[in-house]
Design a protein around this ligand. Structure first.
Ligand code: B1M
Length: 212
């Protein structure tokens, strides 16, 4: 088993201390922080999702796996973040939409955006449209990045876009959306400026939107 496979297994098994230990060991051995996501963390959580679908895993197992993934990402976050003295490429207000508590994907996207030079204002999960409006105003953000993992909460992305328009902010910010059930077609239909299928795509799109 490779160390990436061992880390995947530790996350699936919900062994947070093992996941942390392996992450630290792999970093010492020269693995680049960005490599952990496609090679261990994302495939592990995909497997957790498959087991949840097949009713092999229930909420407690999923939660402890998520906690183990978090153990690894907490170590990686500061390493992915760029030098703070560098002028930010743009300011992104991000969060998981109202009613939705999933934050692993959103955190990865936020970390990768941060490492690409964006200033991040992360509002967390279950974020109401009003909180986003307030943060856009307060931080003079130029991008709003929303994540949704549930088909039942995707609709709240539309509510945010409508709230931005009602507050007179729609032409001041670009809106980027993503999350497992979100598609390009959905993004277009709600009037978003772009859809990122994964974190690297979100970074690419955010760069284009910030430059536009
Ligand atoms: Co939930 N859950 N969950 N869950 N959960 C899913 C999403 C589900 C698909 C599982 C399943 O049935 N197979 C299903 C949704 C079904 C649907 O809507 N069609 C589901 C359900 C039903 C639920 C509950 C309703 C279960 C219940 O209570 N009965 C409940 C809802 C709670 C709520 O939110 N109100 C619930 C709860 C939970 C936990 C709390 C236990 C836990 C979340 C812990 C946490 O996030 N802190 C959890 C988890 C972990 C999952 C799965 C297993 C994994 C999600 C994940 O972290 N994936 C998930 C199954 C799955 O998706 N495989 C599932 C890894 C992550 C890296 O991927 O978030 O997709 P993802 O992010 C990717 C891309 O989507 C993209 O980039 C990321 C990196 O590449 N991306 C963006 C994400 N946001 C982006 C934003 C962008 C651009 C790209 O631009 C802004």
């Amino acid at each position: 088993m490779t160390l990436f496979e061992e880390l995947q297994q530790a996350i699936i098994d919900g062994k947070a201390p093992v996941a942390k230990e392996l992450t630290e060991r792999m970093l010492k051995e020269g693995v680049r922080p960005a490599e952990f996501f496609p090679k261990a963390i994302i495939p592990a959580m995909d497997e957790v999702g498959r087991r949840m679908r097949e009713c092999e895993f229930f909420i407690p197992e999923v939660l402890i796996a998520a906690r183990a993934a978090r153990g690894a990402t907490d170590i990686l976050r500061p390493l992915l973040v760029g030098d703070e003295s560098i002028r930010p490429v743009g300011t992104v207000v991000c969060g998981t939409v109202k009613g939705d508590l999933h934050d692993i994907g959103k955190n990865i996207v936020a970390m990768m955006l941060e490492s690409a030079g964006f200033r991040i204002v992360d509002l967390g999960v279950d974020v109401a449209p009003e909180k986003i409006i307030e943060a856009v105003r307060q931080h003079q953000a130029n991008i709003v990045a929303m994540s949704a993992l549930l088909t039942t909460t995707m609709v709240n992305m539309k509510a945010v876009i409508e709230a931005l328009a009602a507050a007179g902010l729609r032409d001041k910010v670009k809106v980027l959306v993503g999350g497992a059930p979100v598609t390009d077609t959905w993004a277009h239909s709600i009037g978003a400026d772009g859809y990122g299928k994964d974190a690297p795509a979100a970074v690419e799109l955010a760069r284009q939107l910030a430059a536009a």
